[in-house]
Write a protein that binds this ligand. Structure first.
Ligand SMILES: O=C1NC(=O)NC(C(=O)O)N1
Length: 313
């Protein structure tokens, strides 16, 4: 008998799989669909203080091995999602979920977190420090000093479970540097990776870029990003305090991909691009596929193999 349960920050989830922020999680209908599925939790579309329309379309394109997007944080505003998660918490007090926020300034992030701190919400907050698609705004996750300043000011007042959503890093020294900052704070989790930012997809027939915003530059998700995602999960798992759980995301299409993320150290996984294509049946399919792999290998729970990736030395 195998189990897919996992524990983060003292909260237990019946299934270690959930959606990734941004995909089929913008409306209460979307979120209710995930609640009624086999997913272990949901995360809301990243909220900004006020509702945002986002970037002009076409702003997302499917690709043979994933997708490119430059949505630009279209969302219904923090009040909408905070009301939803508080109402859900009253309905299902034993469930823990994730409220994602993505201020386009430190002031916005602080004001949203003050509002959440003063609210009845007791769940997780995923602070998105890595949206690559707001024109003129950098991905805070690439500015280590700004991450330090942001977390320092947050933890002056914020006492509820908090995690950060990071961009992908491509240099082992950057893993060292971001981990040095994150280990200074009582974070509950780190979600890695966000899309690989500012890629460019073009159509040789029309000789035009695939999406409209930012001259065609957008974030890449899906199968092609898995090697980078696994490297970031592993790179941070080897460096972060064990008290900071890793939520792995990037390139998950199968139960085997979930297995690989957990082997690298993830306690939970999020699925974005493929969830966008497949809908909530994905959670049933991946749960069965992971279950079969674990049974075949004689693993009872994910803790039997989490983080136990072998190397040659
Ligand atoms: O953090 C984000 N990552 C993405 O790839 N896209 C969305 C967005 O553009 O809203 N945000």
């Amino acid at each position: 008998m195998t189990t897919l349960t996992t524990t983060i920050g003292g909260r237990t989830f019946e299934n270690c799989m959930m959606n990734a922020a941004g995909v089929r999680c913008q409306s209460d209908e979307d979120l209710t669909t995930i609640i009624n599925s086999n997913a272990g939790a949901y995360v809301t579309k990243s909220a900004t203080p006020q509702q945002r329309a986002g970037n002009p379309s076409p702003r997302m394109k499917t690709l043979p091995k994933g997708c490119i997007n430059s949505m630009g944080l279209p969302n219904n505003g923090l009040d909408y999602y905070l009301n939803f998660v508080i109402a859900d918490q009253q309905q299902r007090p034993d469930a823990t979920n994730f409220l994602s926020i993505a201020g386009t300034s430190l002031a916005d992030n602080l004001s949203m977190l003050h509002q959440i701190q003063d609210s009845a919400y007791e769940g997780f907050v995923e602070l998105n420090l890595s949206c690559p698609n707001v024109p003129g705004h950098p991905q805070t996750g690439y500015d280590f000093e700004q991450v330090d300043t942001t977390l320092n000011q947050i933890f002056d007042f914020y006492t509820k479970p908090l995690g950060v959503k990071l961009p992908p890093y491509f240099d082992l020294v950057h893993f060292d540097q971001i981990a040095e900052v994150l280990n200074k704070y009582p974070l509950t989790f780190v979600t890695t990776i966000n899309s690989i930012g500012n890629a460019l997809v073009i159509d040789p027939q029309t000789e035009r870029v695939a999406i409209k915003p930012k001259g065609g530059f957008g974030g890449i998700g899906g199968a092609s990003v898995k090697p980078t995602a696994l490297a970031n999960v592993r790179g941070l798992a080897l460096r972060l305090n064990p008290s900071i759980a890793i939520v792995g995301v990037g390139g998950i299409l199968s139960g085997e991909d979930v297995f690989e993320h957990i082997l690298c150290g993830a306690s939970m996984v999020q699925i974005g691009t493929q969830f966008g294509y497949e809908g909530v049946n994905l959670f049933d399919r991946l749960s069965k596929e992971l279950d079969d792999i674990m049974a075949l290998k004689g693993y009872h729970s994910i803790e039997d193999f989490r983080g136990k990736l072998k190397t040659f030395d």
